[in-house]
Design a protein around this ligand. Structure first.
Ligand code: PXG
Length: 461
């Protein structure tokens, strides 16, 4: 569709959107009262254009996914070639397709030692649903079928299907939906700024890990199948764990024979400066789920990578069929595009650039906002960043109505031409991995201006 931005089409799309389109995570009444949604019509590099011709610097990479930026022709061409050659065939009933096989092999190369098998789906949610099935299937195969339960963290986001939302720790996604399903337990996240009190970050990291051990003992080690965690909790507010946290989680899970699932849906493919967040934190997982940046968001695709510890058991034991799969598992067009995306990430040195150049630069520039009267903490890693917004820095106290300041700040950001998210009392960002230093300067300058405007609205400073 070749779009000519103008006010008439904007008004028409807004009306049609309100009338016919139930958008995700929306309060439909509030959306109606606000007159409808912003309409994005084009994008190039790190820049979006809306239907009224405004340009926005996308410091969220879409939804944490557009790693290589918008408008990469090689990706469109890889999809086009595959669409002509074989647009679809399934991987059920003893068939397979070359792009799925090639991608599985490439992922085995890129992931840490021992991850040699991939199960494909179309979304992060599906990959986490697959994990629930796969983990239970595994424990069946090895003769411990009573190991069924999962432990995860408050504020975790693992997706929106019923199982993924049960794994997640987002209360509004559970209340009124009969969730979490039985067998899903939650513990405190390693969120030092809010829960650390007088402890040092390192002391608190051990305390947050201990909460997992306490939960394992409460539920019973014989019942706990796996612990799942994002290396850095993304949608929960870019919760960067203290260095003491993951090694202790690892030790505890091994002690009680609890599998470790690393949800790499946000952290995977360079977001932290390593190919996988697990490598940044020394996590030795048994399963890894991935989506988003695997295709830079250009097409839907996800994978569960399975370590040999699990993968070989699935073959060696007579556990029967793994009765699970999706029509689009290993979709040839999505896999072909993913292969091209991984080639770009690798050959253009994009992941390396995040580690040694633009990632540290983003972190350094964000630190320049730490003195702002509204900013209680600046944290981040690689191309992930967060600012805690506070009323009083010395007590870490918040504004009375939670998120009041951050929603204001997010609106100012939009008006100043930069997309930055508000999560509870934090402003968070996750720009394309290809963002330049000049563009990082612009993100930070626009955020700074928005913080000043928010402080002014709230009579602070
Ligand atoms: N795991 C993690 C860590 C995620 O961030 C999913 C799984 C689910 O992926 P799918 O592809 O099913 O959406 C996610 C998704 C937000 C936001 O508000 C974050 C996600 C999705 C939608 C909104 O930041 N992450």
């Amino acid at each position: 569709m070749n779009v000519q931005p103008d006010r008439n089409s904007t008004a028409r799309w807004r009306q049609l959107d309100l009338r016919h389109h139930l958008s995700p995570f929306s309060d439909y009444l509030a959306r109606q009262e606000a007159g409808g949604n912003r309409i994005i019509v084009e994008a190039e590099g790190c820049w979006l254009t809306d239907s009224e011709g405004h340009r926005l610097l996308d410091a969220m990479a879409g939804l944490w996914c557009v790693a290589v930026g918008y408008g990469r022709k090689e990706l469109a061409e890889a999809a086009y070639r595959q669409l002509l050659e074989l647009p679809y065939y399934n991987s059920f009933f003893q068939t397979t397709v070359p792009p799925a096989v090639e991608l599985a092999e490439r992922l085995a190369e890129l992931t840490p030692e021992g991850f040699n098998r991939a199960f494909f789906g179309s979304s992060g949610s599906e990959s986490n649903d697959t994990v629930v099935r796969l983990v239970r299937h595994y424990w069946h195969c090895v003769g411990k079928p009573e190991k069924t339960d999962f432990i995860s963290r408050e504020y975790a986001y693992h997706g929106s299907t019923m199982a993924a939302a049960s794994l997640g720790g987002m209360r509004p996604m559970q209340e009124r939906f009969g969730l979490p399903l039985p067998g899903f337990h939650h513990v405190m996240p390693p969120y030092w700024y809010d829960f650390g009190g007088d402890l040092s970050p390192e002391e608190f990291g051990l305390k947050a890990a201990k909460a997992i051990e306490d939960k394992i003992l409460e539920v019973g080690p014989d019942k706990v199948a796996a612990f799942i965690g994002e290396p850095v909790q993304g949608a929960g507010g870019v919760l960067v764990p203290p260095a003491s946290y993951w090694p202790e989680v690892q030790r505890i899970c091994r002690q009680y024979d609890v599998l470790i699932v690393a949800d790499e849906v946000i952290c995977g493919f360079g977001r932290t400066g390593e190919w996988f967040g697990s490598q940044a934190y020394g996590i030795e997982a048994d399963l890894m789920t991935m989506a988003k940046q695997i295709t830079s968001g250009y097409l839907p695709l996800s994978a569960v990578m399975v370590h040999d510890r699990i993968g070989e058991a699935l073959i060696d034991y007579e556990g029967g069929e793994f009765a699970h799969g999706y029509t689009y598992s290993g979709h040839p067009v999505c896999c072909a595009l993913a292969l091209e995306n991984l080639r770009i990430l690798d050959e253009e040195g994009i992941v390396e650039g995040v580690k040694t150049d633009t990632g540290p630069y983003l972190q350094e520039r964000l630190q320049s906002l730490a003195d702002h009267p509204l900013v209680g903490e600046v944290r981040g890693i690689g191309m992930l960043g967060a600012l805690e917004i506070v009323q009083d820095k010395s007590t870490r106290s918040r504004f009375p109505s939670s998120a009041e300041a951050t929603i204001k700040c997010r609106t100012h950001c939009f008006d100043n031409g930069v997309v930055i998210r508000a999560v509870r009392d934090a402003m968070i960002m996750s720009p394309p991995l290809t963002i330049s230093r000049e563009e990082i300067d612009q993100v930070v300058a626009r955020l700074h201006q928005s913080l000043d405007q928010t402080a002014n609205d709230l009579g602070v400073g």
